[in-house]
Design a protein around this ligand. Structure first.
Ligand SMILES: Nc1ncnc2c1ncn2[C@@H]1O[C@H](COP(=O)(O)OP(=O)(O)OP(=O)(O)O)[C@@H](O)[C@H]1O
Ligand SMILES: [Mg+2]
Length: 248
């Protein structure tokens, strides 16, 4: 077997000292010694090496690290787009290895991207309804539900019929968050969701994520370079390359 390189991962649980009873942890997702190597990589060239993180419902997390430390790769594993090369990921007590990953992606996790990934020539509500349709939602009045979700993220009903093309970046990200909530997932994961936004708008978007975690018991995981995000979350996980660490 190839010479094992080990990454160094650090957790900063900002609430830890205030939590009297840590045994009552409500873990929704557990990453256990996960490694990932892309198929075209050299034998010991792992994009991610031996990562173990736990995530609880009702908490907001940041995953940070320099470019190339494997943040996006980790989100691909968490969202079931890729499978671990070694180790495993447990969601709600069940290994992703034993799960139908399409079903998992379409019901248990909501994904939010830096560039929103909405269909620009459709209206805000049509984008959300499309997601409900793709996920086989049985909701009777989908438009009403879309408007309800939009209001939850601070968008008035009048935005529902506006084409995405005519919304600001911050408004588009709100629609994208509303879309990610359309099937009421237990977990929301976001890759640099505020990377294209100004600081004030970033703070407003972070407030939405915070409410989803603290008031609706969702587990929110955000990959970020932003200090503002790290100041807002409950727990920060740092991804570091083995080489970075050993050269210090
Ligand atoms: N499709 C791929 N094929 C081969 N190697 C890849 C692929 N995608 C990423 N990598 C490699 O895996 C490592 C981790 O990449 P990843 O995109 O996860 O980093 P990141 O932390 O998200 O970086 P950034 O902050 O720049 O987005 C890098 O060395 C990268 O070159
Ligand atoms: Mg990335």
């Amino acid at each position: 077997m190839a010479n094992k390189k080990k990454n160094n991962y650090v957790s900063k649980d900002k609430k830890e000292i205030n939590e009297k009873n840590t045994s009552s942890k409500n873990i929704i997702l557990s990453i256990k010694n996960a490694s990932y190597r892309y198929s075209d990589a050299e034998d010991d060239d792992y994009a991610l090496r031996d990562v173990s993180f736990d995530f609880e419902s009702g908490k907001m997390y940041a995953i940070r690290g320099r470019s190339g430390t494997g943040k996006t790769t980790l989100l691909s594993l968490i969202s079931g787009l890729e499978r671990c090369t070694e180790g495993e990921i447990i969601f709600d007590g069940k290994s992703l290895k034993d799960m139908n990953l399409d079903k998992y992606r379409n019901s248990d996790i909501g994904i939010v991207f830096q560039s929103y990934n909405l269909l620009p020539f459709m209206t805000a509500s049509e984008n959300i309804i499309l997601s409900m349709d793709v996920n086989g939602s049985k909701i009777k009045n989908k438009k009403e539900k879309a408007i309800e979700l939009m209001e939850k993220v601070g968008l008035k009903e009048t935005y529902a019929d506006r084409k995405v093309l005519r919304l600001s970046g911050g408004e588009q990200q709100r629609v994208a968050i509303a879309r990610s909530l359309s099937y009421n997932p237990k977990m929301i994961i976001a890759d640099e969701p505020t990377g294209n936004l100004d600081k004030q708008t970033e703070t407003e978007i972070l407030d939405i994520f915070k409410k989803l975690a603290h008031e609706e018991n969702k587990c929110v995981i955000i990959v970020t370079h932003s200090g503002n995000v790290c100041d807002t979350v409950d727990v920060i996980y740092d991804l570091k390359k083995f080489k970075e660490e050993s050269s210090k």
